[in-house]
Design a protein around this ligand. Sequence first.
Ligand SMILES: *Cc1c(COP(=O)(O)O)cnc(C)c1O
Length: 426
Amino acid sequence: MEPGERYQMPVSGTPWEVLEKELNCLKSNDIDWKHGKAAVFVHYAGEQALAIAKQAYTMYFSENGLGKRAFPSLEKLERDVIDMGLGLLNAPASATGFMTTGGTESIFMAVKAARDRFQTRHGQSRTPEILLARSAHPAFDKAAHFMGLKAIRTPLSSEFCADPAVFERYINHNTAMIVGSAPAYPHGVIDPIDQLATLSEQHNIWMHVDACVGGYFAPFVRMLGVDLTPFDFSVSGVSSISADLHKYGYAAKGASTLFFADPTLARHADYFFDSWPRGTYHTQTLVGTRPGGAIAAAWAVMNFLGIDGYKKVAQQITTCRQSLQDGLRDMGFNIWGDPKLSILAWGNDDQSKVHSVGNSLAANGWLVGYLTEPPGIHLMLNATHPDSLHDYLRDVRTALRSKGTSGPSGTTNEAGLSRGKTDATY
Ligand SMILES: *Cc1c(COP(=O)(O)O)cnc(C)c1O
């Protein structure tokens, strides 16, 4: 095709064999994540779990999670998934929840619920505020932008997490929600959820824990004996928790969970409409139609792996993270914060040096994601990475030896730096 030319729908159909070949050809230009080249976007727990997720997804390919009357089996599968999630997050008997199609949707519905409760209490004249740390996910700002709230981001502590003392200074009569992350995506560290929840209880504010990336990982790391700061419903004052199944639940994409401490909180997520010719429309989610496959795949993978299976993968990933940290520290780099889960960000204060190493890694086929505060390279690990760990460290070492990168604390040779892409695109 010429540039600018519009792709045309064929007049007569094309056989699948031809299409499959073309898809494979197009796909060959994508990042080789199966060999560990990407530490973002993909979560993987091995071939067996992947095959089972695909099979279960296919069984429910056409079914729609919106249709509870038509598909009682999906309703049961969703309830089972929610129950398993609540169990992992130490939820009280009163707790409840539902599945959404992703972390952003879970966060949207938590923000919607907090906003609606705020407006029930205070009316509609004020602009409700969300208080969050600079490291929290952009989905909160997106939700605030879409739903007429104001997001206020606060500076991080020296450990790169939310600072409760700073939060307290920003709390006012418009604060509708306090957010803590478990962990936050940039540095992979868990915010002091208990201290934030204490604030929320004192001021009677909705407390949301964003465990989108940690909700199905941190519980297993804790079971492995790692001392983690409390982050779930065991903390008094937590109103809601978001946890993504399509991340470390290893489910098909399009699957997340949103949990509430009790049904009176969950009720604020409801949306009802009946002013049209087709009866009452009721959802708890932002979307209407929901992929039945994503619900079934989550259920199947959770049951297939079980606690032992998830613990095993968590062990592989945390061991890999520790080896990376040791290797990178040996080369003189810093690990930003004290990550204990699956994410790490490493670098040093010299941004051009970090970009120089990043460029060299990218030239060797690694997909590089940059941290900007402080300068670093971001990795979110999965079960492909234990096998690529040594190649990665070797390529970092090579980058340091190459022209223009005399080591993280060495002098900078500007001429050798930053020739490739160095933007911090997520
Ligand atoms: C991934 C993530 C989200 C958003 O999830 P999506 O599934 O990409 O919409 C929110 N918060 C955190 C901490 C995340 O890691």
